[in-house]
Design a protein around this ligand. Sequence first.
Ligand code: UD1
Ligand code: CA
Length: 457
Amino acid sequence: MKLGVVVLAAGQGKRMRSRLPKVLHPLAGRPLLAHALDTAQALGAARICVVYGHGGDLVPRRMADYDCVWVEQAEQQGTGHAVRQAMPSLQDMDRILVLYGDVPLMQPATLQRLVDTAATTELGVLTAVFEEPTGYGRIVRDETGRVLRIVEQRDATQAEQRIDEINTGFLVADRARLDNWLARIDNRNAQGEYYLTDILALAVGDGVEIATSRPRTRDEVCGVNDRVQLATLERIFQRRQAEDLMRNGVTLADPARLDIRGRLHAGEDVSLDVNLVIEGNVRLAAGVSIGPNCLLRDCEIGPGTQIFANSVIEGAVVGADARIGPFARLRPEAVLADAVHVGNFVELKKSQVGEGSKVNHLTYVGDARIGRDVNVGAGTITCNYDGVNKHPTVIGDRAFIGSNASLVAPVEIGEEATVGAGSVISHKAPDGKLSLTRARQTTVEHWHRPRKKPKAS
Ligand code: UD1
Ligand code: CA
């Protein structure tokens, strides 16, 4: 059975009040549409066809990483019209499943159940019972419970408006039957649109039994129409991720104060304090602990490493049993070996730091290669930029850099070399020796502090 998926994503989303097409607004850091496409992929769809419209080709361009067919619906003439645009690209499919680009929390398992329920018939619809059904299409059944049709809110009679079973919009149909039904719908209704929902009455007329199934939770079928709903769904999504983490052995100080905008892989006994933001792809090995108010983007942290409060780590790799922060900043291509200590107000960029080395206070290290067991004193700066080009600094094993040194790159500090505090080093500091560039201290014997002149009376 070849399953083709149609994702409806042409609508403008007026209530977003945005220049960005609605389906490109991010939920957990990724476009709403990406969530729908992931769901379609998880179902093993043989082909995914996205109907886009509002915003022109910005939507397909932004989503270029996804393997799908893009069909433009230049004028939005209704959901039935939208699905019709996709059908020519799906002629070799057996079944068609219709999804919505602005409904991001739908679970693959729910759609799989819909597909399975409808396996013995030619049309299946996902319905739900809402206490407050206003605005939705209603499922009209006969006395025996058989589905007869869907009536839209604006076309419904008073009696029909009291029906609390609603159309979620998700449906699955036999491909050939769907072609036939879509060719027969018209736009003679309150909105002058081609309603996809009108295929139900046509199916019943053709003697087709309509299967229905329900989602496990209401969130799954909630769409985003404005930014308030977007924020509500964001919280639900974040809560789901937090609970998955806790079930997999991660301790969260507060599951409501963790935001994952991307993917977090966390080992056993990882512990996360409040207000952590994860972006991109982050890997935390077993036993990692992260203090409050940290941002981690696209990085990898080794087992047992502790990250203290207010640290920002981006594009870096940290080994095992390291200590980072508080207030540390690791920038792209910072690669730290095991047991490295990086302290407060330290910035590291495109640099390697060897095992056991310490960079503990108020330091900038850029384009450097630091060996093992090196001590970089407070206030050290690698002067890596001459205003035009970047240059490297190399520091040998067990070197000791005194406080407030400027290392003017390109420059090399030898193994076990010592650099005196306050030095400006622009030539190689030899192995095992003390190098310093400090002026000698002198004391001026007969100097007096100036005194205030007596006031003229
Ligand atoms: C639709 C259903 C309604 C259901 C509700 C669930 C129809 C006629 N009605 O109503 O029964 O209860 O969804 O939310 O199907 N779209 C296009 N092209 C179009 C029109 C819509 O791509 O020409 C897309 C929209 O971007 C949106 C989705 O289809 O993602 C639903 O369209 P919308 O206008 O919101 O339908 P509703 O009136 O809410
Ligand atoms: Ca809607």
